[in-house]
Design a protein around this ligand. Structure first.
Ligand SMILES: Nc1ncnc2c1ncn2[C@@H]1O[C@H](COP(=O)(O)OP(=O)(O)O)[C@@H](O)[C@H]1O
Ligand SMILES: [Mg+2]
Length: 285
């Protein structure tokens, strides 16, 4: 059995140049990335590093200028496969307002599966199930525009879930949400991976969110600069800072202690772990 969900090989992409006669600049150059089925990958990188452009290649919203993108064995350049690819790979974007298309929550959730040709009787079941998964079932007859940002984002996620995708790409889904909304969305993402076996790609600016992933990929200037487990990537403090990224506060604290000669581990990614490691260290003294 093939365990590969996404295979990106030597991907190059550029947007058309705005000035006539000017050669367009590569926004992605030589990107290679293989993502395993059922895994959770976080993508970090400064603004303009090409994260969203890469994300849009994963469900054929953009097509490679060079190299290839294969999702679940399907080449995104094959137009006959576009519909099937979009059923398998869902996308959730930053601004929930731009993703709402209907005045009633359950109609909104039904929109994507309807568009992608899912049979009508099947849609009803899927919509209810998706709304329950995101904890918004009781709001099914409400008007989406009266909901909070976090609730709207959960509705957008339900719309994607109703397609029963094998993979979901989240492009900074919590960027516009308050802390409660962020936690709710992250909890749903965690459940999708654990309970539904969904392959998750999460683009984020929040280090604590990236720390929840199995793997962290760091982009810089259209290329992959770092790739590894969170505990590995986040300990490369100076490299990350050189790429304009901050490390999680817990890692930063441990790193500064180490600079001062205190022998503590660097890979404590949550506060609890960090506190335990510190207590352990000072107990030994
Ligand atoms: N639709 C577009 N047309 C032209 N240039 C674009 C477009 N979208 C993004 N870009 C440019 O491509 C580069 C990468 O952008 P993007 O993929 O959005 O990066 P990120 O998501 O990491 O911030 C930036 O220089 C950006 O200005
Ligand atoms: Mg972006």
């Amino acid at each position: 059995m093939d365990d590969t969900a996404i295979k990106i090989e030597n991907l190059t992409f550029f947007y058309p140049s705005e000035e006539e006669g000017q050669a367009p600049e590569d926004v992605l150059s030589g990107v290679d990335l293989t993502v395993e089925k059922g895994s959770f990958t976080a993508i970090l990188g400064h603004n303009g590093s090409g994260k969203s452009t890469l994300a849009r290649h994963l469900n054929a919203l953009l097509l490679p200028k060079g190299g290839s993108v294969t999702v679940f064995g399907m080449d995104t350049r094959d137009e006959e496969l576009t519909l099937e690819i979009r059923r398998r790979v869902g996308m959730v974007f930053q601004n929930p307002d731009n993703q709402i298309v209907s005045n009633v929550v359950e109609e909104d959730v039904a929109f994507a599966p309807e568009n992608l040709g899912i049979p009508t009787p099947e849609i009803r079941t899927r919509v209810d199930e998706a709304l329950k998964t995101v904890g918004m079932y009781e709001f099914r007859t409400h008007a989406p525009h009266l909901l909070s940002g976090g609730q709207k984002q959960r509705i957008a996620i339900a719309g994607v879930l109703a397609m029963r995708p094998k993979c979901v790409v989240f492009d900074e889904p919590t960027a516009m949400l308050d802390p409660q909304g962020r936690r709710d969305v992250m909890r749903i993402i965690g459940r999708m991976k654990k309970e539904l076996g969904t392959t998750v790609i999460l683009i984020t600016h929040h280090m604590e969110e990236a720390a929840m992933a199995d793997r962290v990929v760091v982009m810089s200037d259209g290329q992959i600069a770092m790739d590894g487990a969170p505990g590995e990537v986040f300990t490369r403090v100076e490299e990350l800072e050189a790429l304009g990224l901050t490390v999680p506060d817990t890692v930063k604290l441990m790193w500064e202690l180490r600079q001062k000669g205190v022998d503590v581990p660097l890979d404590t990614l949550d506060v609890e772990e960090c506190a335990k490691a510190l207590a352990e260290h000072f107990k030994k003294k």
